[in-house]
Design a protein around this ligand. Structure first.
Ligand code: FAS
Ligand code: PHB
Length: 391
C-alpha cells in the first residue's frame, strides 16, 4: 500500500488529523491497535477549548458538538466549605469552553471517516512497526489476518498515545523526557443522573480533591482523588457516592442525584513531555508526546493544538512545497504544550491534598487560593489558560 501520511492510532489525535488531511486532499491511512468499539469505550476528556471546536468545524464534523455540547462561561472552585465562581467569559473578553465528551468527538470523527470510506485498519494489536523514518521513504508494517502488510508513505504521524509504538521507535539517545508522577489518582464515575450544578465544580477539601462534571443535562461525570495504590474494585457505587458527598458543601450535597455507574475507573496522574516531537519523517502528536494531569482539562486540548500545527505544516508541504511548518513543528507545538503542562501542574498543586505535604505547604495552598480570589488579574490568568491560550 502507498499513502502520503500514515497515521498510527485512531484516538482523537489520529482521527482529527486524518479528517483534516482528507478535507485538504492529502491521502492518509490510519492503523489502530484496538477495535473502534474499544476506542469508544474509553471514558476520558470532557471539556473542549475553542481550538478543538474550530478544528472539528474545519473538517466539517462540528454539527453534533454545536447541537449537543454545553457552552460553559464559568467554573466554580470549592474550598473551605464554600463555592466561588470564576467568570471565565467576563475575564477573557467573551471566551468559553464546550462540554462535549471525548467519546462523542471520537464517535463523530469515526462516523465522518467511515462515511468517506477512508482506509482505517482496526485491531492490528501490537504488530505495528515503523521503518526508515530517518530517510526519505518511511514505511509502516503491521499484521492483520495472518499476513504482514506494508504501507509506503511520505510521513508518519505518531498519534498512538502514551503507551504507543511511535515514541518507543525513536532511539532513546534522540529523546529527552521530562516526568512528574503525582502521589494520587482520580477515581471517576459516569452515571445517567442530572448534573449537580450547571457548571463544573473543582473542590479542594480536607479529604482530597473532587470534581463535579457532566456529559449532558442527563449524564454526569464525577471524580474523587484517591491514593495511587487504590484499586477500582475496592469502590462500590455507594462507597463512591458516599465519599463524594463528604467532599461537597451542604447545598451541593443536597442537590446531588446518585445512580448506578455506567463506567468507573481510576486514572493515575502524571506530567510527561518527550522532546523533540519530530524525528526525520516521524511526527509525534497528542498523548504520544505528552501527558498532563486532567485538572486543567488540557489533555485533549493539547492534542488538538499539536494537530493544528501538524495539519497546517503538512498542507504547506504538499500545496506550497514549503517545509517551514514541518521544520518548526516541534518547537511551536512544545511551546504550547509546556504552557499546558504548567497550568495543569499549577491547578493540580492548588486543588489536591498531597500526602507528604507539610503544614507550611498547606498554608501556602490556602494562601494561593485566597490570593486567587483577591485579584482579578490572578483570576484572569486562570481563566485565559482554562479557555485556551491564543496561538
Ligand atoms: P489516545 O491515547 O486517546 O489514542 C491513541 C490511540 O492509539 C488509541 O486508540 C490506542 O489504542 C492506539 N494505539 C496505541 N498503541 C498503538 C499501536 N502500537 N498501534 C496502533 N495503535 C495504537 N484529558 C482531559 O482533558 N480530561 C480528562 O478528564 C482526561 N481523562 C483521562 C483519563 C485517562 C484514563 C487517560 C488515559 C487520559 C485522560 N485524558 C483526559 C487525556 C486524554 O483525553 C488524552 O489527552 C487524549 O486521549 C489524547 O488523544 P490521543 O493523542 O489521540 O491519544
Ligand atoms: C471531565 O468531564 O471528564 C473533566 C472535565 C474537566 C477536567 C477533567 C475532566 O478538568
Amino acid at each position: 500500500m502507498r499513502t502520503q501520511v500514515a497515521i498510527i492510532g485512531a484516538g482523537p489525535s489520529g482521527l482529527l488529523l486524518g479528517h483534516l488531511l482528507f478535507k485538504a486532499g492529502i491521502d492518509n491511512i490510519i492503523v489502530e491497535r484496538h477495535s473502534a468499539d474499544y476506542v469508544l469505550s474509553r471514558i476520558r476528556a470532557g471539556v473542549l477549548e475553542k481550538v478543538a471546536c474550530d478544528l472539528l468545524d474545519e473538517c466539517g464534523v462540528g454539527a453534533r458538538m454545536h447541537a449537543e455540547g454545553l457552552v460553559h462561561d464559568g467554573i466554580e472552585l470549592l474550598f473551605k466549605g464554600s463555592r466561588h465562581r470564576i467568570d471565565m467569559h467576563g475575564l477573557t473578553g467573551g471566551k468559553s469552553v464546550t462540554v462535549y465528551g471525548q467519546t462523542e468527538v471520537t464517535h463523530d470523527l469515526m462516523d465522518a471517516r467511515k462515511a468517506q470510506d477512508l482506509p482505517t485498519i482496526y485491531e492490528v494489536a501490537d504488530t505495528v512497526s515503523l521503518h526508515e523514518f530517518d530517510g526519505q521513504k518511511p514505511k509502516v508494517r503491521y499484521q492483520k489476518d495472518g499476513q504482514t502488510h506494508e504501507i509506503e508513505c511520505d510521513f508518519i504521524a505518531g498519534c498512538d498515545g502514551y503507551h504507543g509504538i511511535s515514541r518507543a521507535s525513536v532511539p532513546a539517545a534522540a529523546l529527552r523526557t521530562y516526568e512528574k508522577v503525582y502521589p494520587f489518582g482520580w477515581l471517576g464515575i459516569l452515571a445517567d443522573v442530572p448534573p449537580v450544578s450547571p457548571e463544573l465544580i473543582y473542590a479542594n477539601t480536607g479529604r482530597g480533591f473532587a470534581l463535579c462534571s457532566m456529559r449532558s443535562k442527563t449524564r454526569s461525570r464525577y471524580y474523587v482523588q484517591v491514593g495511587s495504590d487504590e484499586k477500582v474494585e475496592n469502590w462500590s457505587d455507594d462507597a463512591f457516592w458516599g465519599e463524594l458527598r463528604l467532599r461537597l458543601d451542604p447545598q451541593t450535597r443536597d442537590r446531588l442525584v446518585t445512580g448506578p455507574s455506567i463506567e468507573k475507573s481510576i486514572a493515575p496522574l502524571r506530567s510527561f513531555v518527550a522532546e523533540p516531537m519530530r524525528f526525520g519523517r516521524l511526527f509525534l502528536a497528542g498523548d504520544a508526546a505528552h501527558i498532563v494531569p486532567p485538572t486543567g482539562a488540557r489533555g485533549l486540548n493539547s492534542a488538538a493544538s499539536d494537530i493544528y500545527y501538524l495539519y497546517h505544516a503538512l498542507v504547506d508541504h504538499y500545496k506550497k512545497r514549503d517545509d517551514a511548518g514541518l521544520d518548526g513543528y516541534s518547537q511551536k507545538a512544545l511551546a504550547r504544550v509546556w504552557k499546558g503542562q504548567r497550568f495543569s501542574w499549577w491547578m493540580t498543586t492548588l486543588l489536591h491534598r498531597f500526602p507528604e505535604s507539610s503544614a507550611f505547604d498547606r498554608r501556602l495552598q490556602e494562601t494561593d487560593l485566597a490570593y486567587l480570589f483577591s485579584s482579578q488579574k490572578a483570576l484572569a490568568s486562570l481563566a485565559e489558560n482554562y479557555v485556551g491560550l491564543p496561538f
